[in-house]
Write a protein that binds this ligand. Sequence first.
Ligand SMILES: [Zn+2]
Ligand SMILES: [Zn+2]
Length: 149
Amino acid sequence: MLHFAIHGIVIDVWLYGTHRLIHHPILYMWIHKFHHRFKAPTAVACVYANPLEFMIGNVGGVVLGPALTNCHPYSAAFWMAYAITSTSFSHSGYTVFGATSHDQHHEHFDFNFGVLITDAVLGTKFEGSARQKRILANAAAKRQDAKSV
Ligand SMILES: [Zn+2]
Ligand SMILES: [Zn+2]
């Protein structure tokens, strides 16, 4: 369980760093734009990425934790199965599978780069952001306008 927790922290930091890096305009254009063709992702979108992004950012993040902890091969296998299931769920579009955060990334672009706490720590979490508050206020104003017509 300790290894599993460490793997979670490692992938959160690794994904946040590599993902934020490929949102730089030059790298985005050449690498990450491919994955962002999905504005409303489906599960298969989790592997729909440029090969560099897929190997370094995605697979690299999954195998880095077991490589650092030198955990038992069964623990590594469980972690890898969990990771592919989790990323499929996060691209599924279903709130019940925890897809909300990554859906917000595909929709709003500048938020939710990581998978656990890095966005909250580094100020890129969409929930509670000024942009989310503005969007909710605009939606409420439109509803109010529709009622008064
Ligand atoms: Zn992205
Ligand atoms: Zn995605």
